[in-house]
Design a protein around this ligand. Sequence first.
Ligand code: GRF
Length: 197
Amino acid sequence: MTGVAKVRTAVLISGRGSNMETIARAAMAADYPATIALVVANRADAAGIATARRLGIEAIVIAHRDFATREAFDLAVSAQLQAHGIELVVLAGFMRILSPAFIHAWPERILNIHPSLLPKYPGLEPHARAIAAGDAVAGCTVHLVTDVLDGGPILAQAEVPILPGDDADRLAARVLVAEHQLYPQALADYARRLRGG
Ligand code: GRF
C-alpha cells in the first residue's frame, strides 16, 4: 500500500459490534487498504461503542428515535459521514433499513454482511429458516447495498455446516465465526478495488 491512501471507512452498528471489532483489528495492519475512521451507532446502548473507543476509534451515537422520519435520521448520518471524509460505509449488525435517498447518495459505497447464503433467506431470522428448510449448509454473504433488501451484488460468501441438533442460536454462533473471517477480507478486497488495485 505504499503511496496509496487507505480508504476512509465508517462502520454502522446497532449492538454488540463483534464484526466491527474484527474489521477494526484487521485494519490496524500497516498493509490493510482501509482505515476505520468512524463508528456510528443508532442506539446509545450499543455495546460496540465502548469497544470502538477502546480501540482508539471515534464512535458517535445518532439515535434514530430523535428523528421524526427515516429520511431525517439518514440525512444526519450522511452529514456526519461527509464531515469525517468517509468514502466507504460498512454495515455490521446495523438494524435499520436505509432509505433510497441514503443508498443513492453512496452508490456502490455501502457494504453489508448477512448471515445466510444469499439469495437464500434475505431479511429476518435466516438461521431459523435455514434449519426449518432442512438445509445441510448455511453461511454468510458480504454484498453491496442497493434498494433491494439483502439483494445487492454479492462480493463474497462463506459456507458453514448445519449440524444435527442445531437451533438458531447454535447455528448463529457458528456462522458468526465465519463472518469474522469473511468481512475483513471482503472489505480489504473491495477497498483495493476502489483504489484500482
Ligand atoms: C451478525 O450476525 C450480522 O451478520 C447480522 O447481525 C449480527 C451482528 O453481530 N446482521 P455483531 O453486532 O457484528 O456482533
